[in-house]
Design a protein around this ligand. Structure first.
Ligand code: GUN
Ligand code: ZN
Length: 430
């Protein structure tokens, strides 16, 4: 059992979803707050002086005016695309063929996969990301590399072998049977070990045959404890391609639904150009829609309907989509979510943006009872934000009258310099 420590600073957590309730009911903010951490868990959150009085012998770390909140949860990434982030000039299908697939081929080499996994975890830690849901490549070695690195760092992560048996180069294709067998073996090896979870991962309908989608749907039925992740309705050209490949499907979502790949524990990345039937079914089953705003602007995909989808009660998480997304930073991703929503006439509040990057994403992963909030009993994954990390931001924060005015400039202009400290599983040591 690790020693207890009392972190002092401003604290920000949520009693409820700030899309559903007014801020004074949804937000828990202590201007002079504290978080007591021990045994890898959050033990108490409250007023700094009261906590100090109750725990006079406990070691303290004083972060002054800095803001302690839950670590960021990135609900959709491709760690193997770390090395090709910000590649120029292509839309989705060309981007996959020109940049992504050649890079993903390299992950048959376990040493290369281990090097990129280590690099990816170092980069994301510097941005305060404590949990991520990652696609790997078709190679089981790429899954082992990711989970090995996460396990060493005591991180709560989700990942899966990306399955593709058509419309991909030779070195990147499996089969319906081998996708099933390899995924099943990886579930047995990793799912539930320490803080690791497996997600069954058909890349998207165009790169799987109906036989492969069926096999992975069957696997999900056998392993309902696992999440399932895939892509949905990202670009209009992609949707046309899908409907040509699956002429019997009512819409893109139906290509998953027909094969048992629609469910509450399904995570559907992008989900931009949705039909009414798709929205209704996603809502009905309570599926997770994962918003990837920097990717959706960078690859030219479209504008996610955050206002409409939240109003109809969809379950929404937030993600960088590394490396289709153009940043590892969840601050930059929140800023892009703000800008994209604004283009659709919705002004997201700073509280809603932080909620999406923490509790909202955690709820999309069905992990709200483990991570994503400053709540006693949850795992102690925390980020400490410096709200005056650069001169540009500091001059703006200096004029702030309340927390939201002080926080919003960091959301819009902040980067890894705003991440003052990161706690993972109750430790700030790597
Ligand atoms: N659709 C299928 N694969 C991918 C991918 O790797 N990135 C993005 N952005 N979209 C995809
Ligand atoms: Zn993706």
């Amino acid at each position: 059992m690790s020693e207890q420590v009392l972190l002092l600073g401003q604290t920000l957590g949520f009693a409820a979803n700030p899309f559903d309730l007014p801020l004074d009911e949804a937000v828990i903010h202590h201007r002079r707050g504290g978080v007591l951490v021990g045994g890898g868990k959050i033990l108490a959150v409250g007023d700094r002086d009261e906590l100090k009085q109750q725990h006079p012998q406990t070691k303290t770390v004083d972060y002054g005016e800095k803001l302690i909140t839950a670590g960021f949860v990135d609900a959709h990434v491709h760690y193997p695309q770390t090395g090709i982030i910000a590649s120029w000039g292509k839309r989705l299908i060309d981007w996959l063929n020109s940049y992504t697939f050649p890079e993903e081929m390299r992950f048959h080499d376990a040493d290369y996969a281990a090097d990129i996994a280590k690099l990816y975890f170092n980069l994301t830690r510097s941005h305060g990301v404590t949990t991520m849901v990652s696609y790997c490549t078709i190679h089981p070695e790429s899954v082992d590399a990711f989970f090995n690195e996460a396990q060493m760092r005591n991180q709560r992560v989700v990942a899966g072998k990306t399955c593709m048996d058509r419309n991909a180069p030779g070195g990147l294709r499996d089969t319906a049977q081998s996708a099933y067998d390899d995924s099943k073996a990886l579930i047995g090896k990793w799912h539930g070990l320490d803080r690791l979870s497996y997600a069954i991962t058909p890349r998207f309908s165009p790169t799987s045959t109906p036989e492969q989608l069926r096999a992975l749907g069957d696997l999900w039925t056998e392993h309902p404890e696992c999440l399932m992740q895939t892509h949905l309705s990202e670009q209009t050209d992609e949707i046309d391609w899908v409907l040509g490949l699956y002429p019997e499907a009512r819409d893109y979502l139906d290509t998953y639904e027909m094969f048992g790949l629609l469910g509450e524990k399904g995570l559907y990345g992008h989900a931009i150009h949705l039909q009414d039937r798709e929205r209704a079914r996603l809502k009905e089953v309570g599926a997770g829609l994962i918003h990837c705003p920097t990717s959706n602007t960078f690859i030219g995909s479209g504008l996610f309907d955050m206002g409409g989808l939240m109003a109809e009660g969809q379950r929404v998480g937030l993600a960088t989509d590394t490396g289709g997304g153009s940043s590892f930073s969840m601050l930059r991703t929140m800023a892009a979510a703000y800008e994209v929503a604004h283009l659709r006439h919705t002004s997201l509040h700073a509280a809603q943006l932080i909620w999406l990057a923490t509790a909202g994403s955690a709820a999309a992963l069905h992990m709200e009872n483990k991570i994503g909030n400053l709540t006693p009993g949850l795992e102690a994954d925390l980020v400490v934000l410096d709200l005056a990390s650069t001169p540009d931001i500091a001059q703006r924060t200096a004029r702030a009258d309340d927390l939201w005015e002080a926080l919003f400039p960091t959301i819009m202009m902040g980067d890894d310099r705003a991440i003052a400290d990161v706690w993972i599983n109750g430790s700030n040591q790597i």
